[in-house]
Design a protein around this ligand. Structure first.
Ligand SMILES: Cc1ncc(COP(=O)(O)O)c(C=O)c1O
Length: 386
């Protein structure tokens, strides 16, 4: 199989990740607890080490302010619903995944908040000036994805962070497609809340993810319960990470995530994006006639604006094939795994003009090779009758 659906989840996962996860779980997979027995303390120490590794990766000065969640969706919901209050205004964009759009849309529909959805330009980027123009005294949150899962473009987060900070609002960044791929520094880029998933670029298992919570963010917990420490308090403790981490954490998953993050730190996050771009370029370069396909974002594979680039994914369509049909042919006849449709981002496809059928998305990862991409290009050529 040629697996080109890494934007959904990275696959295959590194052997090291499985080995370390299994070794930890077999040796000491207890329920972490501060005043518990040795095995419980080992689990707690493993989780804390994972926080420290993530803190290094994200430039976060206080590891305890990284809280674990089920995935990016969970982390985004914790942030959005924990931060916004009745009467607030929020800003988002057309490039968002439903894990930002839906919670915000519901709050707006219920009359709790007002919402501004910014357009993207022809370069599939949100213009920081649009953010600046849209902030009002009631704006509490600006919620944007760092790298679109439809166009692949990396947003000018640092510029937006500066503007949002100057105006006293909070910046929530969805790093589902960028964590482990794009160098991130929450302090430098003035990111108040960073939601990440563990099972894509961080190479961990599904069911992992989390939220980096900056000092400026006042966030109310919605999941309240046991924290494994002092049980006498009648309400959820306010100290991090317990404030937002009620219940038994995903110890197995976090043990795997720890190894995934180690792998990224060892190889250096700076090296991931060049690899992905190289892989996409090998595909493009191997096609006999790229002009037979419609390209979404890939027409600007090389284009950069203000030093910002794109992650390793492209959208493609072929005349005569619905995206779902093309994906099915690639799967059934060529054993190539891609994702067709709207990719949980309907507004992004409206922006591209590909709503409601969407595109066929090829998304690459660390394990993809130029050789595989040549084979994939040959399959695309054959389907297109080149
Ligand atoms: C941009 C973006 N945000 C959020 C998510 C949600 O991630 P998860 O499925 O880990 O919750 C995805 C998943 O594809 C995504 O691409």
């Amino acid at each position: 199989m040629i697996y080109l659906d890494n934007a959904a989840t990275s696959y295959p996962k590194p052997d090291r990740m499985f080995r370390e996860m299994e070794a930890f779980v077999r040796a000491s997979g207890a329920n972490p607890g501060r005043s518990g027995h040795r095995r419980a303390l080992e689990a707690e120490a493993m989780i804390d080490e994972t926080r420290r590794l993530l803190a290094r990766l994200f430039g976060c000065p206080r590891p305890e302010r990284i809280i674990f969640a089920m995935n990016a969706t969970d982390a985004l919901n914790i942030a959005i619903k924990g931060v916004l209050r009745p009467g607030d205004h929020a800003i988002t964009s057309v490039l968002e995944h439903n894990s930002i759009s839906r919670p915000l849309n519901r709050l707006e529909r219920d009359g709790a908040i007002t919402l501004t959805r910014l357009p993207a330009g022809e370069d599939h980027l949100v213009d920081p000036e649009d953010v600046a123009r849209s902030v009002t005294p009631a704006t509490r949150l600006v919620a944007l994805t760092q790298a679109s899962n439809v166009t692949g473009t990396i947003q000018p987060v640092a510029e937006i962070g500066k503007i949002v900070r100057e105006r006293g609002a909070l910046l929530l960044v969805d790093a589902a497609q960028s964590a482990g791929v794009v160098p991130i520094d929450v302090e430098r880029d003035k990111i108040d809340l960073l939601a990440f998933t563990g099972h894509k670029g961080l190479l961990g298992p599904t069911g992992t993810g989390g939220l980096v919570v900056g000092e400026r963010a006042q966030i109310a917990p919605w999941r309240e319960g046991g924290t494994g420490g002092d049980s006498s308090s009648p309400i959820q403790p306010t100290e991090f990470p317990h404030h937002l981490e009620g219940g038994t954490p995903n110890v197995f998953g976090i043990a795997g995530l720890r190894e995934g993050v180690r792998i990224i730190l060892e190889r250096g996050v700076d090296s991931v994006l060049p690899h992905e771009r190289n892989i996409i370029a090998s595909f493009y370069g191997a096609l006999k006639d790229p002009g037979r396909f419609h390209w979404y974002g890939a027409d600007r594979v090389i284009t950069q604006r203000r030093g910002e680039g794109r992650v390793g994914l492209v959208g493609i369509n072929l005349d005569g094939f619905a995206p779902a049909e093309l994906a099915a042919v690639l799967d059934e006849q060529f054993d190539i795994a891609v994702r067709a449709g709207l990719h949980c981002a309907p507004y992004a496809h409206k922006h591209l003009g590909t709503f409601p059928h969407g595109t066929v998305r090829l998304s690459v990862g660390l394990q993809n090779t130029p050789e595989e991409m040549k084979q994939a290009a040959a399959a695309f050529d054959e389907v297109a009758g080149s």
